[in-house]
Design a protein around this ligand. Structure first.
Ligand SMILES: *Cc1c(COP(=O)(O)O)cnc(C)c1O
Length: 462
């Protein structure tokens, strides 16, 4: 055991955790009754809990550990930067080498003319920035009525007041009285769940046209922007039909509104390209990045904007907005090292050429399981829809979410972290996952599905 290993017994940690720690997105009493899992260390795609049990992390933490756990290069860069300049702000007409270098690197890496970067500490904060950027942009162009931002139902854009308002999750809106004013939501392109009798392509067009209808309803003079994830992540890895994004792009071009692509999950290799905008061939004016930017080793997010947007913002007087940790030197240095590793080790190329196609082949075979209504995948993210009657794409109407919860708990028992979104099971493993580890992931998933099926049969839920 190394010197970093925890020596406190698991039960003691769980009791202290229950006594003093409020968990995000958690039913506190329910968790405290059983105790939180204590994760002590991690390497590659594997987590190790406090009792030495190794668990395959098919979620890359929260969709963020793209280069995998345990890379000492990032630790060294962080330590060196902390010794040299642990902190300084970028408010007071100052800058520093890591933030300059990272901005240049991102300007080169992000396609098109997206070449100016505004930093934050997280994806949520970056989306708050985007609300203010988009509104300030139009105000600076003497169009101050262009304020409303159109988003989508079941979107996830973070958990701050702004981020959760942009998001389209009703359970989140219910906590804290959201959304804030001048944000509206249109239908999501979720064919499996909401496509009915339409074929995929037809449904994709209908969903995209909903944007044009919403712009007409609000009046183009009142709309600032449309925001969307290239692939909805937290909503359930919802891969839009092929017809969707071209029509959205056409509508954004035809009307005078900004397109904001939330690349917090899709960015940095997740879809098999560096950015989701390349996979879906879209040309946003602003993108949101976080998560894979540092592979989760340090908290950092950013808005990357086009030269035109930057010019308007720069010419629009004081942009009275910023965070203490905007362009944090240690976070920037770690992000740079993460990007170096992603690039030099050809991690995104390997995903595209080798491991994502392999995952796709194996994952789609899960659709043969009697419990699985659909198995979809995009690059290194995937979902399976659990169904009581797969031929009809039926939902579990009796007790929605129960099958997903049962399956998720069996996954944990089978040493696999997979997430349940309602009755869909989703994955987003580290991009460095090997073929052998993909086999392990599929085997553990299949075992968990078998166990779930037999429990559902016993409970007459299927
Ligand atoms: C996670 C996420 C966010 C929020 O990022 P945080 O760093 O948790 O604030 C925003 N958008 C998308 C698409 C996300 O998945």
């Amino acid at each position: 055991m190394g010197h970093l290993d925890n020596q406190i017994p698991t039960a003691e940690l769980q009791a202290l955790d229950a006594a003093h720690h409020l968990h995000p997105f958690t039913d506190g009493d329910a968790l405290n009754a059983k105790g939180a899992r204590v994760i002590t260390r991690a390497n590659g795609v594997m987590l190790t809990d406090n009792d030495g049990v190794e668990i395959l992390d098919a979620m890359a933490g929260l969709w963020c550990v793209n280069i995998g756990y345990g890379r000492p290069e990032l630790a060294r860069v962080a330590a060196n930067q902390m010794e040299q300049l642990p902190y300084y702000n970028t408010f007071f007409q100052t800058t520093h080498p890591p933030v300059v270098e990272l901005s240049k690197r991102l300007a080169d890496l992000v396609p098109g003319d997206l070449n100016h970067v505004f930093y934050s500490g997280s994806g949520s904060e970056a989306n708050d920035t985007n609300i203010r950027l988009a509104r300030h942009y139009w105000a600076a162009k003497d169009k101050p009525t262009k304020k409303t931002i159109i988003s989508r139902k079941n979107a996830y854009h973070g958990s701050t007041m702004g981020g959760a308002s942009l998001g389209g999750m009703s359970a989140m809106h219910a906590v804290g009285g959201l959304p804030i004013p001048d944000i509206t939501h249109i239908a999501q392109p979720y064919w499996y769940g909401e496509g009915g009798d339409m074929d995929r392509d037809e449904f994709g067009l209908v969903c995209a046209k909903a944007l044009e209808e919403e712009i007409a309803r609000l009046g183009e003079d009142n709309v600032a922007a449309f925001i969307a994830e290239p692939v909805q992540g937290a909503g359930g890895v919802i891969v839009p039909p092929a017809t969707y994004w071209p029509e959205i792009q056409r509508i954004c071009d035809a009307h005078e509104i900004l397109l904001i692509a939330d690349e917090v999950i899709c960015g940095f290799g997740r879809t098999g390209n560096w950015f989701g905008m390349q996979t879906f061939n879209i040309r946003p004016d602003i993108i949101t990045i976080a998560k894979g930017l540092s592979s989760g080793y340090m908290p950092i997010g950013a808005s990357v904007v086009s030269g035109e947007v930057a010019q308007v913002i720069n010419g629009g007087g004081d942009f009275t907005h910023g965070y203490t940790y905007s362009g944090h030197p240690v976070a920037c240095a770690v992000a740079l090292e993460n990007l170096r590793i992603l690039d030099e080790e050809k991690i995104v190329d390997t995903v595209a050429s080798t491991t994502a196609p392999y995952l796709k082949e194996k994952w789609q075979q899960l659709a043969d399981h009697p419990l699985v209504g659909e198995a979809r995948v995009c690059g290194m993210m995937g979902a399976i829809e659990l169904s009581p009657d797969k031929a009809k794409r039926a939902k579990f109407s009796k007790d929605p979410g129960k099958a997903g919860t049962i399956c998720r708990d069996f996954c944990v028992e089978n040493k696999l972290v997979m997430r349940a979104v309602g009755d869909a099971m989703i994955i987003s493993p580290p991009l460095v996952i090997s073929r052998k580890e993909i086999d392990m992931l599929i085997n553990r998933t299949t075992a968990s599905l078998d166990m779930t099926l037999s429990v559902l049969k016993e409970a007459s839920l299927i």
